[in-house]
Write a protein that binds this ligand. Structure first.
Ligand code: MIC
Ligand code: SF4
Length: 646
């Protein structure tokens, strides 16, 4: 039986278990990446592991999220990460060098290798055939310490692409089509492997747009073959030696196959407030737009910005629109600066931002009250832009650029001028790695510098056999980690200060959550389907832990958040009968007994004392997870295994 690409990489990295879909397997991680807003926590956890140097082939720490530096906090965190990276043998990509996923693709991606990153968009590197997975900071710290990464062996879905994209239809429209069909929870427990004739016409940055936004499916990751196009990209990056061919066997087997004829796609957008709320531009019509934002790890490559510059050249941004552009990396920024494209962009009236995540995570450029913003990003969750009343549409750079000129959402096929993209081809990227600092060999001389904003992270206590507490919040379906632990310019500087940050837990949907949780310690959260979708931020588990939350009962969970809850010793439980969700209410008194036996048998009985009813929840965990839950989290379980008592 032939192997698909995922099978090939997984079997080459398997160190524990078997590759049987649904079972747990341990895989060796070759490389890691962190970014600053999850990195401080990851490195504090790495320090707690008491190792000398990282054990990976290459680990890189990027600074790209917390760039505003309104106070000392971010700058201090950057210094901490730089010094801790230096000490532990980690490369450090300085602020200004670019967004982690873009720089990783350009300078560190390797086909066939595994990558674990403390950011949910780590799968971007799947664009070159790397098996790249997003995880919580603690799991990434463990991978740096040489531990395997444990995954529930996913199903492999083949996305078979045929035909060719029509002019002004882009790879963003391919992933929007996949999201339209599969939804934001359709990818849980799956890896999407792209194949078919249509692949060969897609460049590496186009493929990376698709694997990047595959995170919005809830998928474990997405991957492309590594072929001649990939080789061209590596050659142009001066890294031909890192290239390797990777393709599925002719008779490879898949769990599911979906087919997309590229020639039938149209320019689309994800309408507010979900990346799977897909409509064609023409279907939506002429919505008046206040802001257009181009950039993010999804669409900020050289190719993307060259297309944008060609659309903007000789034209002006509409009077009612603020156009902001953040190139994805210094390589991109410098190349468009040197070839004159940046001049065309500036002359159109665009506002140029530094190379960072910026508005994507609400670090500046929040839209005005009730404003409409069209963004080339990957997430338009409620409140994520920093403005709850804003309507955010996600689009390709082409849609965004023409919209900036017309002032209303526009299908780029409906413009009255011609743009020629045929000469956008790079034989040689501008390579300058001087903003990537190599770690020192002289470890003894390095002092790790910790600013006053860096506070110890919370640790849970050993699990007890009976839990009692109130339901502090009951949420709808598809609650994101942006709802649970919002991130914006006001809060992001406190990612290394959980005691402070936790005061804002759930603040976009329930301002009183933190106070209620503090007044009623030992409480529960009740969620709907796909609870905790979105980012990899552990803070969405650590803040509830800080506030004394003991368990989350939901209809279903997103992959990374569920792992982060277990790592923190908070029990994720699923309604056995989803109808029970309707029977319970916020502030009901709950009781769960016989937990030790229950988590071993995969089922717990929950009593709602306020309603005088009982119902079952599924609590199915593997041995390692049970160990973690009993110990009160992953770090405790490691500590106890080493023989340290409380
Ligand atoms: C995001 O896009 O939501 C983030 C900010 O990059 C997060 C990481 C974080 O919360 O720091 C992610 O995608 O994992
Ligand atoms: Fe940064 Fe946005 Fe990408 Fe997250 S999705 S890594 S915030 S650019």
């Amino acid at each position: 039986m032939g192997k698909n690409i995922v099978d090939k990489i997984l079997s080459a990295h398997l160190v524990e278990g078997e590759l049987l879909s649904g079972t747990t397997a341990g895989i060796k991680i070759d490389r890691t990446l962190t970014q600053d807003s999850t990195g401080t926590m990851a490195y504090l956890q790495l320090e707690a592991m008491e190792i000398d140097r990282v054990k990976t082939k290459r680990s890189v720490a990027y600074i790209d999220h917390n760039m505003l530096q309104q106070g000392f906090e971010n700058a201090d965190d950057h210094k901490y990460i730089q010094t801790v990276a230096n000490k532990y043998g980690i490369y450090f990509s300085k602020p200004g060098n670019g967004i982690c996923h873009q720089v990783n693709l350009e300078r560190f991606s390797v086909p066939g290798d595994t990558l674990l990153g403390s950011d949910s968009h780590t799968p971007t590197a799947g664009g070159v055939g790397m098996l790249a997975i997003g995880a919580g900071g603690l799991d990434v710290a463990l991978a740096m310490a040489g531990e395997p990464y444990y995954i529930k062996v996913p199903k492999v879905v083949k996305v078979e692409l045929s035909g060719r994209l029509s002019p002004m239809v882009t790879s963003k429209d391919i992933i929007l089509e996949v999201l339209r069909r599969q939804t934001v929870k359709g990818g849980v427990g799956k890896i999407y492997e792209y194949g078919g004739e249509g692949v060969k016409n897609l460049s590496v940055p186009q493929r990376a747009t698709i694997t990047n936004m595959g995170a919005e499916l809830g998928a474990t990751t997405s991957i492309f073959p590594s072929d001649e196009k990939t080789k061209e990209y590596f050659k142009a990056q001066g890294r031909e030696q890192d290239w390797l061919e990777l393709k599925a066997d002719k008779d490879a087997v898949y769990d599911e196959i979906i087919k997309i004829d590229l020639s039938r796609l149209e320019p689309m957008v994800a309408a507010p407030h979900s990346p799977d709320n897909i409509k064609t531009c023409r279907e939506i019509g002429k919505v008046k737009v206040d802001q257009v934002a181009i950039g993010s790890c999804t669409n900020s490559s050289y190719e993307d910005l060259m297309k944008v510059s060609k659309i903007l050249k000789g034209r002006k941004v509409a009077d009612n629109v603020s156009l902001v552009i953040a190139p994805g990396s210094r390589q991109v920024m410098e190349m468009i600066a040197r070839n004159g494209a940046l001049g065309d962009i500036i002359s159109s009236g665009a506002r140029i931002l530094e190379t960072s995540c910026g508005p994507c995570i609400g670090m500046g450029q929040s839209p005005g009250t009730d404003a409409v913003s069209v963004r080339t990003f990957n997430r338009n969750f409620y409140g994520r832009s920093g403005t709850n009343s804003a309507s955010v549409y996600l689009s390709s750079p082409e849609v965004a650029a023409v919209t900036a000129i017309t002032g209303y959402l526009t299908d780029p096929r409906d413009i009255d001028f011609n743009v020629d993209f045929s000469d956008i081809k790079v034989d040689k990227f501008l390579v300058d790695d001087s903003m990537i600092i190599k770690p020192s060999d002289n470890v003894d001389e390095i002092e790790v510098i910790r600013g006053p904003n860096i506070k110890p992270f919370p640790l849970n206590s050993r699990l007890v056999d009976k839990l009692e507490g109130k339901i502090i919040i009951k949420t709808d379906d598809n609650i994101t980690t942006d709802h649970i632990m919002p991130s914006n310019a006001k809060l992001l500087p406190f990612r290394s200060n959980i005691p402070y940050l936790s005061n804002f837990c759930f603040s976009t949907i329930d301002e009183g959550f933190a106070d209620k949780a503090k007044q009623n310690p030992g409480g529960f959260i009740v969620g709907g389907e796909n609870y905790g979708q979105g980012s990899s931020r552990e803070h969405a588990a650590l803040a509830p832990l800080q506030l004394g939350i003991k368990g989350v009962i939901a209809k279903s969970f997103a992959r990374i958040h569920k792992a982060n809850l277990i790592n923190s010793g908070i029990i994720p439980m699923e309604f056995e009968n989803p109808e029970d969700y309707k029977k319970i209410d916020q502030m009901d008194d709950m009781e769960i007994d016989n937990i030790f036996d229950g988590i071993k048998n995969g089922k717990l009985l929950v009593r709602d004392k306020s309603k005088n009813i009982s119902f079952n929840v599924l609590a199915v965990f593997n041995e390692k997870e049970i160990d973690m839950l009993l110990a009160g989290g992953k770090l405790n379980s490691i500590k106890f295994r080493k023989g340290v008592s409380e």
